[in-house]
Design a protein around this ligand. Structure first.
Ligand code: NZQ
Ligand code: ZN
Length: 389
């Protein structure tokens, strides 16, 4: 196990009707709030009204900015930064999913910064400070409600880039599983794939002696595999929605990566898909992950066998480890399909004429490679994209 510092300061307020606490909770941090939200799901569900009521009865002064699109755009972030400066806002309240939360985090980074907020995403600057962000979560998926990351798409070049920093962790996250009853099945499934991907990025590691976090990862994956089909059958299954919602936060608040180095190649590759083609991040991951696995499993057959046996209940073939490992990957693909997700680029509506461009643009580390479990070159990334066709 490696040395680590685990600091996950987000206060989690979980359960039925918890959104009613937003006014009082926000008041502890803010004099003036930007209420930030997406394309309208919160208005349709009535959540918007309840949030306004709670803010007003707590005496919280606020302005609002809606219209965050999935794969949130830099232009709206810049508009939000200007609005906050003009209005003297000192707190951002995100009501929505990963896109709204990330847009809020980027605004929070940008308000006190003198330069262009994209500098953080382009690796040109580090923030000295940021505004605090609070969250009411409406979709379990990205894990942004407690994560240190923020992912924004710059329309200039359609570059989707993440920026990670402790500054990005929200001060509170209100999580009422009832708020997720209105999620369409496809969105629920995309969220599931993202949650599973966050676990698998951490699971496939070269760090030895990480048995405890291996087991936490496996438990999180099994929780999603068990409960997602239940909510697809019955959208208002509170208990199953609650299991998924809590698992999604713990999948990405870094608990599962304590003492180990994760991979993250699939996320970097997927960001090119959703950056250029604007597909849901989770759907992109359901396509990229199986292809990545087929490309790298030889690197650690033992780990892939463990994954197959412990997560997918594959019976171990002691004479043919490879067969066991491949059966695990096959079952994962079958699971994604069973919940309505694509597993090939073609099903996602992505043609194969820009694969080289995506492989080239895919964000590389300082050594020019992608990922840690296996360090991938541009040619490797292209081979993975071709496997995903
Ligand atoms: O915009 P509205 O109208 O709210 O509709 C949203 C949106 O269309 C809808 N939705 C959300 N909650 C709903 C609902 N519809 C009905 N009922 C509800 N309760 O769902 C759609 C997708 O929302 P979005 O916020 O885009 O989903 P998600 O949470 O999957 O976020 C995806 C974004 O997060 C980034 C992704 O790259 C992507 O840009 N990620 C952020 C991470 C982080 N900050 O830690 C980590 C992830 O790996 C990921 O990269
Ligand atoms: Zn993700």
């Amino acid at each position: 196990m490696e040395n680590f510092t685990f600091h996950s300061p987000t206060k989690i307020i979980f359960g039925k009707n918890t959104e009613q606490q937003v006014g009082n909770e926000t008041k502890r941090h803010a004099t003036k709030v930007l209420l930030h939200y997406g394309g309208g799901s919160i208005k349709k569900s009535g959540l918007y009204e309840r949030v306004i009521q709670s803010l007003q009865s707590a005496g919280v002064d606020f302005v609002e900015l809606g219209g965050v699109q999935p794969n949130p755009r830099l232009s709206l972030v810049q508009q939000g930064i200007q609005q906050c400066r003009d209005e003297g806002v000192d707190f951002i309240l995100a009501v929505g999913g990963g896109s709204v939360i990330d847009s809020s985090k980027a605004i929070a980074l940008g308000v006190p910064y003198k330069g262009d907020v994209w500098d953080f995403f382009a690796g040109k600057a580090q923030p000295e400070t940021s505004l605090p962000v609070g969250v009411i979560l409406t979709i379990p998926a990205a894990g942004s409600e407690a994560s240190d990351s923020c992912v924004i798409t710059n329309e200039d070049g359609w570059l989707k880039r993440g920026y990670s920093s402790q500054e990005n962790r929200p001060v509170f996250a209100i999580m009422n599983p009832e708020l997720t009853f209105t999620l369409p099945p496809y969105q629920t499934a995309c969220g599931a794939a993202d949650i599973m991907a966050h676990v698998m990025e951490r699971y496939f590691t070269n760090t030895p002696y990480v048995d405890y976090t291996d087991r936490l990862c496996e438990a999180t994956l099994k929780t999603i595999i068990k409960h997602v089909p239940l909510v697809l059958l019955k959208s208002d299954n509170y208990d199953a929605r609650a299991e998924i919602m809590w698992a999604s936060t713990l999948a990405h608040n870094d608990l599962l990566s304590t003492g180990r180095t994760g991979d993250w190649a699939c996320h970097q590759i997927e960001h090119e898909l959703s950056g250029i083609y604007d597909v849901p991040h989770g759907a992109g991951l359901a396509v990229v992950f199986p292809a990545w696995m087929k490309y790298v499993y030889h690197h650690d057959l033992q780990r892939f066998t463990q994954f197959a046996v412990r997560v997918w209940n594959v019976e171990q073939d002691f004479f043919d480890q490879e067969k066991t490992a491949l059966e695990g990957i096959r079952r994962m693909e079958a699971f994604f399909q069973s919940i309505g997700l694509p597993i090939r680029l073609e099903e996602l509506g992505i043609p194969d004429d820009r694969l080289e461009e995506m492989a080239r643009k895919c964000r590389k580390g300082a050594d020019g490679t992608v990922g840690n479990f296996v360090k991938l070159t541009t040619e490797d990334v292209l081979s993975i994209l071709k496997l995903a066709k």
